[in-house]
Design a protein around this ligand. Sequence first.
Ligand SMILES: C=CC1=C(C)c2cc3[nH]c(cc4nc(cc5[nH]c(cc1n2)c(C)c5CCC(=O)O)C(CCC(=O)O)=C4C)c(C)c3C=C
Ligand SMILES: [Fe+2]
Ligand SMILES: [Fe+2]
Length: 366
Amino acid sequence: MVFLPEPPQRHGAAAGPETAVLLCNLGTPDAPTAPALRRYLAQFLADPRVVEIPKLLWALILHGVILRVRPAKSAAKYQTVWTPDGSPLKVWTQKQAALLQGMLGERGHRVRVAYAMRYGQPAIAATLEALKREGARRVLVLPAYPQYSGATTASVIDDVARWSLQTRHLPELRFINRYHDDAAYIGALAQTVREHWQREGRADKLVMSFHGMPERTLQLGDPYHCECLKTGRLLAEALGLKDGEWLVTFQSRFGKAKWLEPYTEPSLIKLAKEGLKSVDVICPGFAADCLETLEEINQEAREAFLHAGGQRFGYIACLNDHPDGMRALAGLAERHLQGWPTTHAAPHPDTLALQRQRALAAGAKE
Ligand SMILES: C=CC1=C(C)c2cc3[nH]c(cc4nc(cc5[nH]c(cc1n2)c(C)c5CCC(=O)O)C(CCC(=O)O)=C4C)c(C)c3C=C
Ligand SMILES: [Fe+2]
Ligand SMILES: [Fe+2]
């Protein structure tokens, strides 16, 4: 048998940075169409981390019912939030990676920041391959999920592990499991709420809506519920909110099983029927706006609240490219990069280009 060595890694001045940060998010369909949704949902919902029921039974339900009905329905929803540049989740994730690249560069780190999606494109394995080809020998994986859950964070780690199983020369790997109680993240969320209050006035209640999970996962030891509650409490504290002025809820229920409660939309309807006139809704578990926030909250939940008698519904956008949110991600990455030789190196060419652009914009001469 002949073993072919892998191509040598590049060294010297022409090589890319030896350290990379890989920002991973959930993924999104390529187009707001039923065929694209079918491909996306087939990959997403076949992940045993996402749907934890016996494989054979689930295959029957998934292929027999869900993939026949849901793609067209979901495509219609995606059409209402699609942008000229594509799906909001992808547009924001791409922008976050570029901004993180600039920020880490400005802080003196010679790193390459890339982004990848757990489902759909760009895939995690292909992106890790590309990073390796460019010279990466160390990769910090940053799943864009503040709260850890088996369905999200662990699934990203599974995917990296699958790639590692078929890779001979592995880079050093590190993973960020959570940042639900990170002071800069909480501070950034609080800042978006204060900015919203300044622009539109303060509502009677702040509802913090997190993506739901089957309740069973809590009993099985998933820390997600606990971490959502902690984020909620810290955000309320940062804003000086009293009991009764805020509420944590869970959205995006899927299927008939019991999910984490209280559910977002029924809670909003109940509040309106009890006489609450105005509400602000924030989705702290989503690093970027996506279908679940823009359509399910800002369209469906808004309509439900107003229809039930509410008078004002304020939607507070996700952190997206907010400078405080980006600083929180940069600080988080920086702390997890410690001990890796990234500092005191020449700035990355992208950083130099960014600095030049900024200087020109500020009136500097070539
Ligand atoms: C089937 C069960 C699902 C679990 C469990 C689940 C957990 C979970 N999801 C997110 C974040 C996102 N989910 C998004 C969309 C989405 N989620 C599910 C199902 C489960 N999610 C489906 C079927 C869909 C697709 C849309 C639809 O058909 O309804 C998104 C948005 C993606 C986008 O393209 O915009 C995000 C983000 C978390 C954080 C989570 C557990 C903590
Ligand atoms: Fe989801
Ligand atoms: Fe949804």
